[in-house]
Design a protein around this ligand. Structure first.
Ligand code: IYR
Length: 229
């Protein structure tokens, strides 16, 4: 054990190596990171240009660095690249979306979506070279098949998805958070175990050269924050 290591409740704790920046550098980095992430957009028009598997692996590794309740890491990133499976997913998603857009969603909801220009057609599910289907583990299963508890599963998986999305942006690729509802068909098509529920579906690839995004704007700092003394 190194000098600064210690046991807490019998578990090893090791030194945290903080990265230290000057105030000037900190300010610059925080501003640059914001400006760079602010360029991210949900893109629905993909190129079918190939993206190396190693890139997708690194993006998933990045998502796997997310904090999680009791460090249970209650996520599974299922990756689809084959055209047959993509076609099946598209077909099932479009079937659900058709019902959503033509009855299940309220008038108000449809009005709210109008600026985004979405509809039941999900071409991106076949066009994008990769589909990442994120599953949450509502409970865990150990090597012996025994159940164990997970905690704050939605929060944990939501944070991991945020990190996934920023890693996709960092690679110069695009995605969108697709939530076909209900999503049960994904667990069936991907033959997931009983403890997993589909959480989010993210197509990943290059943006189409002629991709358009809605001209919508983000809330300003004073709208999304309130500072207290
Ligand atoms: N899940 C549908 C509808 C949809 C819902 C919301 I809230 C959006 O921000 C976008 C779409 C779909 O994917 O089309």
């Amino acid at each position: 054990m190194s000098a600064r290591e210690k046991l807490v409740n019998g578990f090893r704790h090791v030194p945290y190596q903080a990265e230290n920046f000057s105030l000037e550098e900190m300010l610059k980095r925080s501003e640059e990171y914001y400006k760079w992430l602010d360029k991210r957009r949900s893109v629905r028009h993909f190129s079918n240009k190939a993206v190396p598997r190693e890139v997708i692996e690194n993006i998933i590794r990045t998502a796997g660095t997310a904090p999680s309740g009791a460090h249970k890491q209650p996520w599974k990133f299922c990756v689809v690249s084959g055209s047959d499976l993509k076609k099946k997913i598209r077909k099932a998603a479009e079937q659900e979306e058709k019902e959503n857009y033509s009855g299940r969603m309220s008038e108000r909801w449809l009005e709210d979506l109008a600026p985004l220009g979405t509809d039941e057609n999900k071409e991106f599910l076949e066009m994008a070279p990769w589909l990442i289907v994120v599953f949450k583990e509502v409970y865990g299963l150990d090597e012996k098949g025994e159940k164990y508890n997970n905690y704050y599963v939605n929060e944990s998986v939501g944070i991991a998805c945020g990190m996934l999305i920023s890693a996709i942006h960092n690679a110069g690729l695009v995605t969108l958070t697709h939530t076909p509802s209900p999503m049960n068909f994904l667990a069936e098509l991907l033959e997931r175990p009983a403890n997993e529920r589909a959480f989010l579906l993210l197509p990943v690839g290059y943006a189409a050269e002629d991709a358009l995004v809605p001209d919508i704007h983000r809330k300003q700092l004073d709208e999304i924050s309130k500072f207290y003394k």
